[in-house]
Ligand binder design. Structure first.
Ligand SMILES: Cc1ncc(COP(=O)(O)O)c(C=O)c1O
Length: 332
């Protein structure tokens, strides 16, 4: 093998070989506090290897979306970011207002109206690759990505789920949206290998916890919308929004009530409806779980109502929609 010492120009040539560039880009812009600016060239969207987020998973993140030029539920994500930082004694490099402003500018410079956004706060560089975070200075990275389009059959036919063999994170770690997603990645792989859409991890007592990147809920036989107690899972912003939206269904008599409680596998098998929630999919009906047919085996009425309520929320709920200042950025 020909191994030679490379120059900056070898790596950052206009079309570097190592960075495959699809015709339409997947990554639109990245902000890095290390550089104090934004890059649009995907080949420059880099994080140093000695950032503890890279070599120890010591960092946190948030994932959310921009719909028709408005960031959806931004404050809920910023507040979860702040909570994750507090739980792991990570000082945010800027206050939340500044993080918000930088995010909005990065999306505006990306120049896309429908996209995904990820905010990362890393422990920072230094300490010669040791595990110790002492003396590290946290860094902020923000990346704007192509929007994700879930497979249409999720909504027309419903999705399938299995119970995962991967032990879920212990309560404390489950609540931090950290960059350590190894159990989640393995559960995802397990679902893929077993031909299912989602793998649901169980908590330490054997109750349903969550999917690799999805919150889970059911409608039980009494028409109670039930979701797991949130001390063993990440507090999903989409699930919490669904809980608020489902109040309308309770008022309309389509649901009896809403409750957060332990859900056993048996209870899920016998439920009328079962759902997965996450930012990228909103709500998806699970119609098969561990080979058992859920409800009628087809997307149910509560799913249809919730999906409509989400669609309304994404475009009409001014309280949850933060406009991106495209014009401000364009006019300097
Ligand atoms: C472990 C885990 N649970 C639940 C969720 C759903 O959270 P949200 O609805 O905020 O996307 C995610 C999101 O990625 C996640 O990673």
């Amino acid at each position: 093998m020909d191994l030679r010492v490379l120059s900056r120009e070898d790596i950052f040539s206009p079309r570097p070989e190592w960075r495959f560039e699809p015709e339409a880009p997947d990554y639109f812009a990245m902000y890095s506090s290390l550089w104090g600016g934004i890059v649009k060239d995907p080949a420059l969207m880099l994080i140093p290897l000695d950032d503890h987020m890279v070599h120890r998973g010591d960092g946190i993140f948030e994932a959310f979306k921009c719909v028709k030029g408005h960031i959806y539920n931004f404050d809920a994500h910023l507040s979860r970011l702040e909570n994750s930082a507090r739980l792991i004694s990570l000082n945010l490099p800027f206050d939340l207002e500044t993080i918000k402003e930088i995010t909005l500018k990065t999306v505006a410079i990306a120049g896309v109206k429908d996209c995904r956004i990820r905010i990362y706060v890393s422990r920072g560089l230094g300490n010669a690759f040791s595990c110790s975070p002492v003396d590290c200075r946290s860094q902020l990275y923000i990346v704007v990505l192509k929007e994700s389009v879930p497979p249409p059959y999720y909504y027309t036919d419903g999705a399938s789920a299995i119970t995962s063999c991967i032990p879920t994170k212990a309560s404390f770690f489950a609540q931090v949206k950290s960059c350590n997603y190894l159990p989640n990645a393995l559960a995802h792989l397990e679902a893929h290998e077993k031909g299912a859409d989602f793998a649901i991890m169980l908590d330490q007592q054997g109750y349903l916890a969550e999917g690799p990147t999805q919150s889970i809920a059911i409608v039980d036989h009494q028409k109670i919308f039930k979701y797991p107690r949130l001390d063993n899972t990440l507090k999903g912003t989409t699930l919490l929004r669904a809980v608020a939206l489902a109040e309308e269904l309770v008022e309309a008599g389509e649901l009896k009530s809403i409750s957060s409680s332990d859900i056993s596998r048996e209870e899920a098998y016998n439920s009328l409806e079962m759902f997965a929630f996450t930012v990228g999919i909103a709500v998806v009906p699970i119609v098969k779980y561990d080979e058992k047919v859920i409800g009628t085996g087809k997307p149910g009425p509560v799913f249809r109502r919730l999906l409509k309520l989400f669609q309304r929320d994404y475009t009409e709920n001014r309280e949850l929609l933060t406009p991106v200042p495209y014009d401000e950025v364009a006019n300097g």
